[in-house]
Design a protein around this ligand. Sequence first.
Ligand SMILES: *Cc1c(COP(=O)(O)O)cnc(C)c1O
Length: 368
Amino acid sequence: MSNQFGPDYVRAIAPYQGGKPIAEVAREFGLDEAKITKLASNENPLGMPDSAKQAMLKAMSDIGRYPDSNGFELKAAITAKYAVPQDWITLGNGSNDILELAAHAFVQPAQSVVFAQYSFAVYPLATQAVGARAIVVPAKNFGHDLAAMSKAIAEDTRLVFIANPNNPTGTFLPAKEIEAFLQTVPQNVVVVLDEAYNEYLAPELQYDSIAWVRKYPNLLVSRTLSKAYGLAGLRVGFGIAQPHVTDLLNRIRQPFNVNSLAQAAAIAALNDEEFLKKSARVNAEGYRQLTQAFEAMDLEYVPSFGNFVLVRVGNDDGAGARVNLALLKQGVIVRPVGNYGLPQWLRISIGLPEENAAFIDALKKALA
Ligand SMILES: *Cc1c(COP(=O)(O)O)cnc(C)c1O
């Protein structure tokens, strides 16, 4: 008798590798937690907005009750901000949830999903979890090659994932290119446009993806409160699509997938323009600080439009792991990206000025 439970495609899934938790690094390397710098998970270095904290404290008194499964008030906040009807919104336990719901709702085993090489690790995971085939399209200059992705769409393709800006490379697709791509995608293929880092885009790069949702019945835009809004630990995200898409996602969504504290905090954060502005400013300053240091050290990096930078720390395939270990020993946690097929690179989340400085200092020692 076999002791191997479950379908082959589930057993073949390589577990998601997240950023190492601070407590784990402290234990492993015998370091003081307070002296550890974590720049590994693209979290907001400012933490959560105070407005969200106050909203949560208020919501605490009702925690004995189930959350609103339809998230009426949170959807109202999203409706007000993005001018979309309530029935165009799907709430998610983080936007990861939206990505997975899309795979479950639209793809069957033996069908296929298209995404780019060096794009978000959750795309292959969500694809494999439903037993579908991944069509991975080679990257162009570390970003999506949309012309090639369009050509790669097969008869059995039901879903395409696009991240803009992309993680882990930080590349950006101008609006024109995305819209040209959307025009080529067959009507029976859903396109997920994952905009986790949208709020970091400079005003001149911002584009109206919600207008595309009105125009393209097969487009699902996903957003998160985990990055610029500073609520990664709460797990809130949302998808915007026309009702025939939203309806299917909501049928398979867990009824209480967004908890009440998360709903309350998200409403406050969505309305906290000041916090968002500050986050973008701190990020832009940190980006300059890091990239100036990389240039001074003659290190190649990929120009980034997110809250992180991909930097090449050597030209042998052991470089990423080696330099990562040397950084960990100095109490600096960044993200090795060998699992993305980028073994010579590290992804650095942009931190506060003193965190960036601690990293730069440790990197100089690691490379000396
Ligand atoms: C961080 C990230 C997400 C979402 O994370 P959640 O915390 O689940 O909202 C989604 N897509 C990309 C590309 C990301 O980098």
